[in-house]
Design a protein around this ligand. Sequence first.
Ligand code: GTP
Length: 595
Amino acid sequence: MNHIRNFCIIAHIDHGKSTLADRLLEVTQTIAAKDLQAQVLDNMDLERERGITIKSHAIQMEYQYKGEHYILNLIDTPGHVDFSYEVSRSIAACEGALLIVDATQGIQAQTISNLYMAIEHDLSIIPVMNKMDMDSAMPDEVEDQIVELLGCKRDEIIRASGKTGLGVNEILSAIVEKVPPPVGNSDAPLQCLIFDSVFNSFRGIIAYFKIVNGTIRKGDWVKFVATEKEYEADEIGVLKLNMSPRDILSAGDVGYIISGIKTSREVKVGDTITHVKHPCEKAIAGFEEVKPMVFAGVYPIETEEFEDLRSSIEKLQLNDASLTFEPESSLALGFGFRCGFLGLLHMEIIQERLDREFDMNVITTVPNVSYRVHTKQGEMIEVHNPSGLPDPTSIDYIEEPFIRASVITKTDFLGAIMTLCLGKRGILIKQDFISGTRVEIIFDMPLGEIVFDFYDKLKSISKGYASFDYHLHDYRESKLVKLDILLNGDSVDALSSLTHVDNAYTLGRRMCEKLKELIPRQQFDIAIQAAIGSKIIARETIKAVRKDVTAKCYGGDISRKRKLLEKQKKGKKKMKQIGSVEVPQKAFLAVLKLD
Ligand code: GTP
């Protein structure tokens, strides 16, 4: 155990975590440079394209240092706020962390939030300043920020580049020198911390764990504490580039277990694995049931694709236990599912995977957060859908989730960002200067407000120089109303939303305006109205037009005519018939991006 080092890399998105991890694998010859695909640790296509490590993985390296042989386990952490619970469990499996800061960007919101998690778990921190090869690197300034943040010495900060390999050997020796070996007792009852799981179509669910105490052997009967399920350990092993089976693993080791588990829901990140016969007294602390925070309806464009959509979502869920779904129906959109996501990015990822991996063309409705509705009878109902709101007369009060958000930006943008956050019903908690020109602002804000255009706005007003991070803080009472949209008098349930009463008028007006832009003129006038209950609060009209697409090829050749008709038919496919009105698919989402 003295020769094991378990560490993770924490960094803000795009600061070069994956690239640097590749260099570590290369230098330790875990993988030959020629076999190194762009980024080994991000092995989903989508991840590579987005450059976001969605799922955490682990990999074992071997390293010779001063004549001794060491095992270095790198536990990868996802880099986005939606996955912060997974990050916290990966961190809990480590004794040390490389804190990577991009020398051209400096400290950003997730650098700090991840660092706090690492400090909470008593990890030894090795500060690394990355991208030193770039002309725009500002080593002195960023070094100041790191010193300020960590209270370390300047010469403890390793200057590195994932691109050129600068500093990589220094990082490896720092891992051996500074990260303590795991503590734990191999003879104690078994306690393994599950920090991740993946689905494999041949082997089922593979759970990744770190053994905190005890010893596990192939064939042992084990129990997953939170789910209370028992399994036989068909295969255990360590994670190299591929899985490498072992007969025995003990305290301090990081490995995997395959035990015939079929669905991701049976394996919960943060759960403890122990022996059936000699169970541990207590589960490892920190386990949480992750709950989806953002909900939206997902509907097939073609109604007959409902069953295909169900099987696609089921397949996605095999891999991703945090995705929830239940059937729902909408007058406007027919049969579909109400899906629950960890956050907005998670929602986008699922949407994109449905499209790419399953070729499912779907309409996603306006997302909303989960509200707590307290009735006059003293009941509390969780409402995930505007249509699920009970009769207003029976409601005592409604609570909505609030987040504590941190924004790091240049002082130049401070005013504009304050205005944005206050406009989103944010409450300023405090503001700290990180260095002369950079500031961290902490806000409490309703989660429901960032579901709409918050990220885009933040990005544009700060010209990209603001980073954002948040976690759920509490629930607070709010005056919420249901805003309906009517097309020619028919309420379009898929466009309904729950909103704060102060925002309802503006939102209603902007939605009407936006829909007017997006719905093509048809052969009759279309009235677009926004309403709260029976009260109309905004209205727009789309004037009728008689559109004859073939008119312009009067006398023209028939093939051209046919092409135009084909084209029109295709255009139709992306439309949804609501009452008498045809509504393009993008209208359902565009309301999210109101200017
Ligand atoms: P997430 O997985 O999204 O958190 O990103 P990451 O932190 O893993 O960053 P990644 O390694 O994907 O790098 C982000 C971008 O920076 C990529 O375009 C890399 O090619 C580039 N990059 C990473 N390290 C360096 C470096 O040391 N020098 C230069 N010039 N570019 C780098």
